[in-house]
Write a protein that binds this ligand. Sequence first.
Ligand SMILES: *[C@@H]1O[C@H](CO)[C@@H](O)[C@H](O)[C@H]1NC(C)=O
Ligand SMILES: *[C@@H]1O[C@H](CO)[C@@H](O)[C@H](O)[C@H]1NC(C)=O
Ligand SMILES: *[C@@H]1O[C@H](CO)[C@@H](O)[C@H](O)[C@H]1NC(C)=O
Length: 656
Amino acid sequence: MEKEKEIPKRSSSPYLSLTYYCSIFLVFSICIYATITNYIYPLPTTPTINQFVSVNSLNLNDSQISSIKNLGLTPKKPVQIINNDGKKMTIHGRFLHITDLHIDPYYKDGSDFDEMCHRGKSGEAGKYGDAIMGCDSPPLLVDETFKWIRENLIDKIDFIIYTGDSPRHDNDREYPRTQLKITEMNKDISRRFEELAQYNKDGELNPWTCHVSGNNCVWPHQTIAMASDTIRELFSAWKEFIPSYQMHTYLQGAYFFQEIIPNQLAVLSLNSLFWFSNNPLVDDCDTPSDAGYKHFEWLGYVLKEMRARNMKVWLSSHVPPNEKNFDNTCLRKYIVWTHEYRDVIIGGLYGHMNLDHFIPLDSVQAYKSIKKDFKNQFTDSAFSAFEIEEEELGESGLYKALDENFSDGFFKALGGVPSNKVKYMDTLRENLYAPLKGQKKSGEYYERYSVAHVGASVIPTFNPGLRVWEYNITNLEQELQQVKFEPWDKFFAGVEKMVEVQSKYESDDEASISKKKHKKNKKKKNKKKKRDHTFPKPMPKDRPLGPAYIEQTYTPERYVQYYADLDSINKGKKDFGYEIEYSTDDSLYGMASLTVKNWIEYGRKLGKPIKEANADGKKKNKKGKKKKTHGKLDKIWTNYLKNTFVSSDYEHKGYG
Ligand SMILES: *[C@@H]1O[C@H](CO)[C@@H](O)[C@H](O)[C@H]1NC(C)=O
Ligand SMILES: *[C@@H]1O[C@H](CO)[C@@H](O)[C@H](O)[C@H]1NC(C)=O
Ligand SMILES: *[C@@H]1O[C@H](CO)[C@@H](O)[C@H](O)[C@H]1NC(C)=O
């Protein structure tokens, strides 16, 4: 054996043997040093670095395993962490996404749908609310939803992402929404989340709730400005969830982030109302005085820090990024940030649309649009060769289809009986999913794209829905044992300074603001601008792709979607509860994991029949050539559509 031959050879040379023993000693002393430093932390000599006191995998007992399995979830050993302040937290590798509660204190069981379920005696309005009928959530639905989460999920999840919209819609003249009432409803919902957190035993740290303000959380409806009273009101409702050292920033822009696992995982709560084209106070994201621009400054600042700390982040917000919701200058900026931080960002979670679906975001389209306005600021990216053949964002087929066939009101999601939603999904199929490019044009890991996920709402626009995401914690125990983390004070001092500098823009830019007011409501031509530091630098070449692209710790593995079957529940055929609707590893989804690659490949399956039909249409119909059928692919689409409408059968009811 060669190995045995080598060792005597080595010890025969005194020099080699010295090296040999020296290196053993060196390793040994490093070990001792590591042990000592471990032991010493956190002594005042090194006050800025922390480490977990202990990290251990826990075993699940049989009853825990069966309750996890009953929910369609995957049993895996949780990892328990103890901090040096004695606080415990348990990481299960799961979190909950919940959105759009829209609680309506005026809801009356047995009233009329035509009267917003506030009045009348027709008896139509169900106790728990009714899918598709256009009313807001009865308080009972909200009560029961929180109860179900408490009884079923709270001991299985690490954190909750709530993407907002707590108050009822402004749909009844007899009950106008005042600032006071809106704040009351916001407070009602935030108190419920606080109570949820208390059901956690042993003073554990989690679950955190990351609230996000929604367009109906504010008054007047969808209007929000920097440092306004509106934000103060939001703050008064949600202050328990906003880390104290971020209060100042929150009061400026209603955005903040929460560190979930120290130095490892964070959730960013973005304020998409600053990017929302329906917010009358928003102009664009390329003018330094605009709130949207300032929000990107903050985002850039935070993401850079996350990268420096080697952390991973989920983005979350209320209004999802698409070509009608966001102003184009904001959307393209948002997309290139997610693209250039593909080592850091895991994905984005949104609400507002009430439609369970996903939105692929194309960095090539975004860059094409940006380069038209900012010619010399960008060196070519890996995919710039494809820009020639690609439509630019804001002028794309999707934009045209949305613009032509859907009114602006459609994207405001005002509540009421939903209409035209099948047509909307068909438009996405044709203009968003069908054109998705394959690996050759998207990169080995489809890193050209990023993905935004829109969750089903609790408000019964369709049926109420909830989603539990499961993420990879296979190696978490070993990884956390090595983690050292710094506190954030220095960083936040920097943020405060930045916010101060930002507020100076206000006075400098009055002129350009008043000039812009004139061209409101005209279709905006993106003006050429000078240097703009709210564009990201390209991702450094030596950074490996993050959990969104390559399977690793924090990669989402699957999710389980739950829904409440309101019809059966109201009829007394079922007790109130959420049941499994589908999961992403079901046969008609077939996703082994939830990387961007999995999503784009799935999206291509959704679009393929349309793509081929269009291609066939262009060719001359050859004799004898049969029209292609897509048994399985059509089933995949039909199933997707059913789930988009949360199993309410909306797609067969003739609402368009
Ligand atoms: C399983 O563990 C849970 C949580 O520690 C505990 O409450 C429960 O009693 C245990 N069940 C059994 C059958 O041991
Ligand atoms: C709008 O909808 C109609 C009917 O579905 C369709 O023929 C048309 O192509 C759509 N417009 C665009 C720009 O896609
Ligand atoms: C989970 O992450 C580990 C690395 O932490 C990786 O080796 C493994 O392949 C991942 N598993 C899955 C199913 O993605």
